[in-house]
Design a binder for this molecule. Structure first.
Ligand code: ADP
Length: 475
């Protein structure tokens, strides 16, 4: 089967969050399962682009209304990622350091989608399945079916995978003329709330919809930033598939970004060494439990709760716990978290920014990882943390509900239900007590380390969906 994954992010090419990790790993395992895999992402000005060899396999011009953007399709020469990687180079729109956050993001990702389809059309081979990821690729299922110029690709089957339904890629009908000419009888597929809503278009037009955890599939029926009724109406063609993790990249035994490698056999020594390195770097006390947070500092992640919860926990356990935060996002949250440094010197620190290497060291050197999310479609941090012998403290929501069970129920983590500073502190109190009982603490930790979160288990579920839509057009 020839499968395309089309996405805005892919690790290690360009990463903002979990989308990159999934698109970087799932195709590798699908390839190992015997399929023909191609991953396509925009060509940003990133380290990966600048440090690897590419060959140009196609070029053309994207027509976006009155604008014409020359583009090239660059293939990574060595196939070092385990699948064929293609970058769509549109210099005027993507030769920039960041993935998102520009005023012309709509034009950027529309051009990307059109360039990808122009190239696929020009090849001699019609793919079996195109797996789109999130709203940046949501128009592809519509364009394939209804744009006149892609008539030869009309029967290609499509899946849209929703990694985060909060972001939807809206734009006004004044930009309708950007789209390649299509059969106007189908214009209704584009509309949601008087706008063109890219995610809604993908959900309406794809043959199948997947979310990145079963619980998230349930949640979007009542909380999906305005798309609840749409998700209800497509329930029959939807599946929730829990993400795996790339156990080659995330392996404490071989990870070269941490200071001491270890496995479940010798984790006590290995984790202590990593903790000492981390605490040395951030002026923390390695003899005390270390609670860390890694992630985007936004409300959806519970980032706004962190300043109050940290202050309260650090006061209650004065001098007896450490808290370390790695993240960036909302500037108000960032500055509140930075200010706390003065009050809890020696037990609290924060690194504002994105740092992949530091994230690995934090997973290895912490005792607990905090995930107080309001919304968590799957969440990868808790799975990475468990693999590195770090116990997750989570709010039960989305994928966190599917992967973390409270230690009171013989589980692998610490859970609470409300998105509040009080609930976080209550969980921290329970975690401090657990930490003091080394035998129970190690039992919970080892449950997490022993769990199988590998993609092999999950990859087959995607293949089953592809087979169903190829055979019978639906699932
Ligand atoms: P989301 O995609 O919603 O941000 P996920 O839990 O699915 O959340 O994935 C987050 C990924 O991004 C993980 O690999 C995590 O380690 C990484 N990450 C998030 N913020 C940072 C940061 N500031 N520095 C390094 N890695 C980060």
């Amino acid at each position: 089967m020839e499968i395309f994954h089309i996405s805005a992010e892919c690790y290690p090419v360009a990463k903002v969050g979990g989308l990159a990790d999934v698109v970087g790993a799932l195709p590798k395992y699908q390839k190992t399962a015997g399929h023909d895999l191609r991953v396509v992402v925009p060509c940003y000005d990133t380290k990966f682009r600048n440090e690897n060899e590419f060959e140009c396999v196609h070029w053309g011009t994207v027509k976006l209304g009155n604008f014409n953007f020359p583009f090239s399709v660059l293939k990574e020469s060595s196939n070092k990622l385990g699948y064929e990687l293609y970058l769509i180079e549109i210099n005027e729109l993507f030769n920039r350091p960041n993935v998102y956050g520009y005023e012309d993001d709509i034009e950027r990702f529309l051009s990307f989608q059109i360039a990808v389809l122009d190239w696929i059309l020009a090849r001699n081979q019609i793919p079996d399945v195109i797996n789109c990821h999130d709203h940046h690729t949501g128009l592809i299922p519509f364009l394939l079916q209804f744009a006149f110029k892609y008539k030869n690709l009309q029967h290609v089957k499509t899946v849209i995978t929703i990694h985060n339904g909060l972001y939807q890629g809206w734009f006004g009908f004044d930009k309708l003329y950007y789209l390649p000419e299509f059969d106007l009888r189908h214009v209704g597929f584009l509309e949601w709330n008087n706008c063109i809503n890219s995610l809604a278009v993908g959900v309406k037009c794809a043959n199948a919809v997947t979310t990145v955890s079963p619980s998230y599939l349930n949640e979007i029926n009542y909380a999906a930033n305005g798309l609840e009724s749409l998700f209800n109406s497509v329930r029959k063609k939807s599946r929730g598939i829990l993400n795996g993790i790339d156990i080659e990249v995330w392996n404490p035994l071989h990870d070269h970004m941490i200071s001491e490698n270890y496995s479940i056999e010798n984790f006590e020594f290995g984790k202590q060494k990593n903790k000492e390195k981390l605490c040395g770097q951030f002026d923390l006390d390695p003899s005390k439990p270390l609670f860390s947070f890694i992630g985007r500092l936004f409300e959806e992640k519970g980032g706004d709760l962190l300043p109050q919860a940290s202050a309260q926990a650090l006061s209650e356990h004065f001098g007896n716990i450490n808290i370390l935060i790695l993240g960036s996002g909302n500037s108000e949250i960032e500055s509140k978290l930075t200010q706390l440094r003065n009050d809890y010197k020696g037990n609290y620190n924060v690194f504002i920014g994105y740092n992949e290497e530091l994230a690995h060291l934090i997973y290895a050197g912490s005792d607990y990882i905090l995930m107080p999310s309001r919304v968590e479609p799957c969440g990868l941090n808790q799975m990475y943390a468990m693999r590195y012998g770090t116990i997750p403290i989570v709010r039960r929501t989305g994928g966190l509900r599917d992967t973390v069970i409270d230690f009171g129920d013989n589980g692998n983590g610490v859970c609470h239900d409300q998105a509040s500073a009080a609930d976080i502190c209550y969980s921290i109190n329970r975690a401090v007590k657990l930490y003091e009982d080394k035998v129970s603490f190690n039992t919970v930790l080892k449950r997490g380390m022993a769990a199988d979160h590998s993609w092999e288990r999950v990859c087959q579920e995607y293949i089953e969906i592809y087979n169903l839509i190829i055979q019978q057009n639906e699932i």
